[in-house]
Design a protein around this ligand. Structure first.
Ligand SMILES: CC(C)(COP(=O)(O)OP(=O)(O)OC[C@H]1O[C@@H](n2cnc3c(N)ncnc32)[C@H](O)[C@@H]1OP(=O)(O)O)[C@@H](O)C(=O)NCCC(=O)NCCS
Length: 328
């Protein structure tokens, strides 16, 4: 297996994130509304850099598409969880930048950071931050709410991934229900709408042998409150020459909760699971005409093959079978 380390910068068309440098004291001073000559901003940046050195992760500085530094997403290690904080300069589009930055950071965290709960705390009246957190997939866990020095805090936690070599009976039921719902909603996971539970169960149960012999793992995304949010499989190729590759299969999220970053979190979990198996190159396929190529391109995939008319969705409705790949 290659010794792959977590990337230290994350870049999209709209924003980029990087670890702090001394110059970022200027930004911190602005966010705190104090002069940059005050000690505190430089101390904060030094603390962030020490955290990076000690843990290999920490606060990210957020830059917009024009290269302006507009805020930070902090990650701080605690004994049994990782705290995330977020702050962007006020102004038009600030909340949108914050949401994009947080979405990227939580996906990266799920893929690379120690397997600990990731939590954010929000004052009950801070609707904007709560909205940003929820749009990145975090879920309010009332049991974790608390009061510090008279201030009330609500705690939201990121869904977590379970990478498993078997499917427990309760999980099987939830997966089966979701798979049938995804088919009926037009999802492209091996069936056409209206497929019966028995037909789906046969394919789901077919994974049991592959899980048992270690060639495949099941990756499930779960809410901190216990519900299944999505799942998929990492199926290693068989054969000595291709054992460093795997195919990602049956990628799906709960149709009732789309657009809350669960797809991104699931992809992060699948990549984590694949790396843990020693996989270095992943492939996947999708049906043409679903727009899914754009979704996967965001996660580093490139189209490497297309079989014209290779998927028959219904008589007279043939779609291309499209193959994508990326290295891990
Ligand atoms: C593909 C899938 C896993 C994405 O999950 P999700 O929960 O919607 O994911 P996220 O919230 O992280 O991402 C949503 C983003 O991806 C885009 N996206 C999701 N599905 C898309 C599709 N079919 N076509 C184009 N874009 C899509 C959304 O437009 C959204 O973009 P935005 O952030 O700019 O608004 C989910 O839509 C799904 O389960 N689909 C049905 C099953 C399926 O077809 N799986 C693919 C098998 S190859």
């Amino acid at each position: 297996m290659g010794s792959v380390t977590a990337p230290q910068t994350i870049t999209t068309d709209a924003i980029s994130l990087h670890p702090p440098v001394d110059d970022d004291a200027q930004l911190v001073a602005e966010l705190m509304d104090v002069p940059v000559s005050a000690d505190r901003p430089a101390q904060i940046v030094r603390g962030w850099r020490e955290h990076w050195d000690e843990h290999g992760y920490g606060a990210w500085i957020v830059q917009d598409a024009d290269g302006r530094r507009v805020g930070f997403v902090g990650l701080r290690s605690h004994p049994d969880f990782i705290r995330v904080t977020i702050r962007v300069v006020e102004g038009e589009g600030g909340d949108d930048l914050a949401a994009q930055a947080l979405r990227l950071v939580v996906g990266h965290s799920l893929e690379w950071l120690p397997d600990l709960p990731l939590r954010i705390r929000v004052a009950p009246e801070d609707i904007a931050t709560r909205f940003v957190a929820e749009s990145a997939g975090l879920v309010h866990v009332p049991d974790l709410d608390h009061v510090v020095d008279g201030d009330e805090w609500q705690v939201l936690e990121l869904p977590y991934v379970r990478i498993a070599d078997r499917i427990p009976p309760r999980a099987r039921e939830a997966m089966l229900t979701m798979w049938v719902e995804v088919n009926d909603a037009g999802g492209a996971v091996g069936f056409v709408p209206g497929a019966s539970e028995e037909q789906v169960a046969a394919v789901l149960d077919g994974y049991a042998a592959k899980l048992a012999d270690g060639s495949t793992v099941c990756v499930a995304l779960n809410s901190p409150l216990g519900e299944l949010l999505g799942f998929g499989f990492v199926a290693r190729a068989t054969g000595a020459t291709v054992a460093h590759t795997a195919n990602l299969e049956r990628i799906m999220t709960d149709p009732a909760r789309r657009g809350t970053n669960h797809g991104a979190l699931l992809m992060a979990g699948l990549h984590r699971g694949a790396r843990e198996m020693g996989v270095e190159l992943v492939t996947l396929d999708y049906r043409g005409g679903t727009g899914l190529g754009e979704f996967y391109t965001r996660y580093g995939y490139t189209e490497v093959g297309r079989i014209p008319g290779g998927v028959r969705v219904a008589p007279g409705d043939d779609r291309d079978g499209v193959i994508m790949a990326r290295s891990l």
